[in-house]
Design a protein around this ligand. Sequence first.
Ligand code: HEC
Length: 154
Amino acid sequence: MSRIKITLLALLLVFILIQFIRPARNENGQASTDQIGKVYAVPENVKAVLKASCYDCHSNNTHYPWYAEIQPAGWWLASHIKKGKSELNFDLFGEYSKRRQDSKLKSIANSIEDGTMPLPSYTLIHADAKLSKDEKMLIKNWVKTTRDSLSKKK
Ligand code: HEC
């Protein structure tokens, strides 16, 4: 066998073996009591956008795409979920201090404005998660209303 064939075969073997190393799934199945909608008014249309575009990485329940079954894509998604959740988890939003809530809301508007969220590598595959101009405006207005109501509570 040529060297190329041996290398390809070795790579194939590695690819097959890594399929058995599966990350734990981010699905708790039960509705959390700290969902942002329980502590702030989140209109249905806003909720729908957040769910479709952000919840896969920023909640306790990921809606798993088919490619998550294939490694290393599943690992890649799992690491985004882990990092994303540690930065912002809509299911734990009520547990954050008012100050943290306010700063997270501000980052939400900023990340949408500058296009860093949802992650471009994610919208490449999930075209439906891409935010339209109207959706961006909707979220930004909601952030503004929510932050205004927060500053009145202080
Ligand atoms: C594919 C996973 C993924 C999706 C989908 C996603 N994010 Fe993120 N998000 C991350 C990761 C990972 C980080 C951590 C920082 C980084 O690596 O860029 C992050 C960080 C953030 C932060 C920064 C928190 C801080 O305090 O600075 C905000 C805000 C945020 N995301 C908002 C959103 C919003 C809003 C959406 C939906 C419109 C969204 N994200 C969709 C993965 C994701």
